[in-house]
Design a protein. Structure first.
Length: 198
């Protein structure tokens, strides 16, 4: 069932010029609780590098480029992504802006929230095996051994990986479609920024 409620902001935080988390809005606790992250309190996050929480090199590179564009040039940007839970598929929008010099602010908003059958692979409290399964950090699709990317539900059906008692470990990356879209967006932002500086 899809929640047709209007777009709503669920998480706002900012990083400084050294990419360290400097501020988290009061609604952080609700966001973290709904995403199995209630153990991550503002006190544990403030002062830490943003990159402590993005392990995949390709994803980190794209985020780093976007943060630098916002911080150095003041050019805001927006992109879509997914933030799923074991029982919900959430279509999100991220807005990055520079409210003042040396600060990059992130604002995440829910565009649509769809209920789905429980998917144990996304449950961070599930026991894990030594097997790895690659998941796109942006669209949450799973890398199929034949080279294409599929939704988690299709992976359950096609691969049978997530019906096991012990789940494989998710390893994050970026699928070719999301990477191509984001790189085009970065190129457009860089061209816009260089045009503004002339």
């Amino acid at each position: 069932m899809e929640n047709e409620s209007p777009t709503r902001t669920i998480c706002v935080y900012s990083v400084d010029a050294e990419h360290r988390i400097r501020w988290i809005a009061n609604d952080w606790h609700d966001f973290a609780s709904h995403n199995q992250g209630s153990h991550l309190t503002p006190a544990q996050l403030i002062g830490r590098s943003l990159w402590d929480f993005i392990s995949d090199p390709s994803t980190r590179s794209i985020y780093r480029t976007l943060v630098d564009i916002v911080l150095l040039r003041g050019t805001p940007t927006t992109f879509g992504f997914r933030c799923d839970s074991p029982t919900h598929r959430r279509h999100m929008r991220m807005e990055m802006s520079r409210p003042r010099q040396g600060i990059c602010q992130f604002r995440s908003m829910i565009l649509a929230d769809e209920e789905r059958r429980y998917v144990s692979f996304i449950d961070t409290e599930q026991p894990r095996s030594d097997e790895f399964v690659r998941i796109c950090s942006w669209c949450k699709r799973i890398a199929h051994p034949l080279g294409h990317w599929i939704e988690v539900e299709q992976a359950v059906s096609d691969l049978g990986l997530f019906t096991r008692r012990v789940q494989p470990l998710p390893t994050h990356g970026i699928c070719p479609g999301c990477e191509s879209t984001l790189l085009r967006q970065i190129d457009a932002l860089q061209q816009l920024s260089s045009g503004e500086s002339n």
